[in-house]
Design a protein around this ligand. Sequence first.
Ligand code: ATP
Ligand code: MG
Length: 462
Amino acid sequence: MSLRLRLTLANVALVAVSLILFALLSYLALDRLGLREVDDTLQQRAESVLDSLRVRPEAGVVIAPAEQFATPDTYVQVLGPSGSVVSRSDNLGARSLPIDPTLVADNMAGRTGYIITQVDGGRMRIYSAPSSLLVGGRPLIIVQVGRLLTELDRTLANLRLIYALGTALTLLVATLLSAGIISRGLRPIAEITAVVERIERAEDVSQRVVYEGPMDEVGRLAATFNGMLERLERAFAAQQRFVADASHALRTPLTAIQGNVELLLNGIHDPTEQRISLQAIRQETGRLSRVVSDLLLLAQADAGQSFQHVPVEMMTIVLDVYPQARTLADGVTVSLGHEDIGLVAGDPDRLKEVVLNLTDNAIKYTPVGGQVTLSVYEDGDWVQVEIADTGQGIPPEHLQHIFERFYRVPGVKARAGRPAGTGLGLPIAQWIIESHGGRLTVASEVGRGTTFTIWLPRLKME
Ligand SMILES: Nc1ncnc2c1ncn2[C@@H]1O[C@H](COP(=O)(O)OP(=O)(O)OP(=O)(O)O)[C@@H](O)[C@H]1O
Ligand SMILES: [Mg+2]
């Protein structure tokens, strides 16, 4: 059963129950009120009859004839002490009011009472009351006054008809209205489903749900869904970009290797040229294996790999990197700046990789004659490792992208003699530092230089 049908049925059922409850209560109340009105008249009439009872010394017990108290729709009947009819109104003709034994027994015991009985003309209400005058312990007379409930019954019958028709009509209208309102309310959900189906069929996440209604539950669902599609679209695009970039990064060295192998096979005979080709192959193979291990490292980053945490002195790491940096430097002066110990907790090999990476960048992107300075500062809760260069700098519009995978500032060339990078160094460095609870920040000015700062939580020995 569809949600639409279920909601409509529930709604209609609710309306039906309320209507029926209302009809039932008002019907019963009306029946009660009508009966009470009749009862009041009957009681007054019976009391008038009883009031007319007189004991006259000369004539004994005298009572006015029943007929005197009757009206066309009110029947009066008087019973004697034995329970037999002694007088009745003319409108009864030859018939008498039905005598209910229980009621008469009650009267004999001095109590008044009402009954409803079925007679030829319909329902009849009868009030029966004993006189207070007794003979031999029993009431002298019992007065019974009856009235047909024709009018009340007719009103109630009309009411039943009105209620039946009204309920049917209201339910019909409620069904139509509910179905309409619910369909309209659920339409965006149907639309979302249609969009999901289209996405599934065409594998196209650029689709969006068009929703122009208010920001209610359904509106929020549509907005959330569109937000999710947007993120999915971005993630897909990023993934495609990553695959394209990764293949490109792998293809470049492979093409170079292939070209050199072809050259060797096609017969270069000069040993010097052979050597140059083989060296190129070695260099490209090295680059290839570096790209592959970088990609593996990033895959580990995506899988949420964590590191060992041992005490590490950042100054020791800098002093470790320093001689290596000097051999790479050719033409750039690498020197040490501020020297604090900088104790942190972490993985020494990974932290060294980061410092080496940033130092390598600094040397690579600084022209001959430039300066690279490595410093370690202890600053409150933090240890800062600063790698500052006097190189070409990074334009502000590119600064926010350099931590993205494969991002390289367009048009920037590494120093002559250095192979082009792949743009994985900084994202890997950032991941390693952030996994150590730290941050990697950069400040740069075009033409003046760049400073990368590694922030790591300082380890305090108790
Ligand atoms: N110290 C720096 N001075 C100027 N530009 C820099 C500096 N460090 C990084 N860059 C710019 O940021 C880009 C990204 O650096 P990243 O280290 O991620 O990649 P890469 O050095 O090109 O390649 P890889 O490190 O993977 O070999 C570089 O291509 C370069 O344009
Ligand atoms: Mg680099």
